[in-house]
Design a protein around this ligand. Structure first.
Ligand code: FAD
Length: 426
């Protein structure tokens, strides 16, 4: 059964025990008010509580209702912007510093799962990024260069090995990242929320922040039935900002992506197709991403769009899956399908920092947010609680203008252009 207040995803149907937090119905005082209960908000709140601050978090719907509770569950290093673009923009030292933050975050998530007994498994290590092109030298060079520059621990997998795991002639060689892993994201979200509440954090669901205004030396966050007075406020609203802050709203645009989860698939059939427990994606610009779930289901995600939400998501995902694994035709039935919104700035990097005294933001994680939201949470928390200015490493990726509607049209055209190139390449 779908947990109350979530859209109908596989995750909301397999959440297990669900804790519903109250709606804010009074005026409260706290050190920090976090707005938004996705992983950006939850990680910020946890980082603050662990550094001795009192925190109230207000979430418009349910915690993890947005992308954080409906993603593919790949916990990987890096950002939506790739290492090559970071290197080009920042040079090796600064780029390495940013990538290392996500490698540490990937470890911190693992530690939190263990220390706080968060039941979000099975945790399966390894993400395989396969090439649709017959270009082993390029893949080898990429592995070497990325390992040399960023100490990523990547392995080069030759096509024979790739095709043992993925029984398709579409794929050639691959990059294997043994330190990345997969988990159940909505259960992780709930685990972090539980820890926050246990440590004295106050969480409020179904409590959209309607306005944020200056009040004395601090900030006043108003909801329909209450308000939070705080020294600091941190906006972690992703793309759902509405009228809350025009500067942040103008700095990014929404991108949709899609997921389908199948009914259980015959074990032998999986052995002759997706014969791997590692998570898989590919090197095309518009890549597929997928993994096997418990009970021999397959989670298949892919494509992006800037506007319409198609009615037949599973039809599109099935089409993409059968292109890679035609042997599954007629044997696989979709059971769940959903879309989710990603928040992208044109530079594809997270946006985190301070706009005014006591007024912070932590957003813009795009399609690569599980490790980076942990980075953002830690940096903003240590900035507020300890005056640490490490968050300034993200200053080169500020909150510029994303181009409004024209920016979205341009991004859609770029996507279509790359999709056409992927098609021609394949
Ligand atoms: C289909 C899909 C697959 C993905 N796969 C992966 C993956 O495998 N690995 C990976 O690393 N990343 C993945 N991502 C990206 C990742 O999920 C996101 O980058 C990350 O979850 C963003 O977290 P967030 O907290 O910024 O945003 P969200 O999780 O969207 O949270 C924002 C929250 O703010 C709340 N909010 C907004 N406005 C207000 C307000 N006024 N008052 C109160 N609350 C408000 C919203 O209700 C929402 O809950 C995927 C995303 C999608 C959609």
């Amino acid at each position: 059964m779908t947990a109350v207040g979530y859209i109908d995803t596989y995750y909301a149907n397999t959440l297990g025990s669900d804790k519903i937090y109250p709606e804010l119905g009074e005026n409260i005082y706290t050190d920090v008010c976090v707005v938004g209960g996705g992983l950006a908000g939850l990680n910020t709140a946890l980082g603050l509580i662990q550094r001795g601050k009192s925190v109230a978090l207000v979430e418009a719907k349910r915690i993890g209702w947005g992308a954080s509770g409906r993603n593919a569950g790949f916990v990987a290093k890096g950002y939506a912007a790739d290492e090559a673009s970071l290197l080009k923009k920042l040079g090796i030292e600064k780029a390495r510093k940013l990538v290392t933050l996500t490698q540490n975050a990937r470890k911190l998530i693992r530690r939190r799962i263990e220390d706080f007994h968060i039941d979000c498994g099975p945790i399966i290590e390894g993400v395989l990024t396969v090439s649709w092109k017959d270009n082993p030298q390029d893949v080898k060079a990429y592995v070497k260069e990325t390992n040399d520059n960023f100490d990523t621990g990547f392995e080069f997998w030759p096509r024979d090995k790739v095709r043992e795991h993925c029984k398709t002639d579409k794929y050639f060689d691959a990059v294997f990242s043994p330190q990345d892993y997969q988990f159940h994201p909505l259960r992780y979200v709930h685990g972090i929320a539980r820890v926050l509440a246990e440590k004295g954090g106050r969480l409020f669901e179904n409590s959209p922040a309607l306005s944020v205004t200056r009040s004395g030396g601090g900030w006043h966050v108003k909801t329909a039935k209450g308000s939070v007075h705080a020294q600091h406020v941190v906006l972690c609203c992703s793309i759902y900002l509405d009228g809350l802050d025009r500067r942040l709203a103008n700095a990014s645009f929404p991108v949709q992506t899609y997921i389908m989860v199948t009914r259980p698939v015959d074990e032998q059939l999986l052995k002759s197709s997706i014969n791997t427990r590692h998570a898989v994606s590919d090197t095309r610009f518009c890549s597929d991403y997928y993994r096997r779930l418990e009970g021999n289901r397959v989670l298949w995600g892919g494509r992006v769009a800037l506007w319409a939400n198609p009615s037949d998501i599973s039809g599109m995902m099935m089409q993409d899956m059968l292109k890679v694994y035609p042997q599954l035709k007629g044997h696989v039935q979709p059971e769940f399908q959903w879309s989710g919104l990603l928040c992208y700035a044109p530079h594809k990097m997270p946006q985190l920092g301070r706009i005014e005294e006591g007024y912070w933001y932590n957003t813009g994680f795009g399609g690569h947010g599980l490790s980076p939201t942990t980075v953002g949470g830690e940096l903003i928390a240590s900035a507020i609680a300890e005056g640490d200015d490490s968050y300034k490493a993200f200053e080169p990726f500020g909150i510029g203008y994303a181009g409004g509607k024209m920016g979205r049209y341009a991004a859609q055209l770029v996507y279509l252009w790359w999709r056409a190139r992927d098609y021609l390449d394949a």
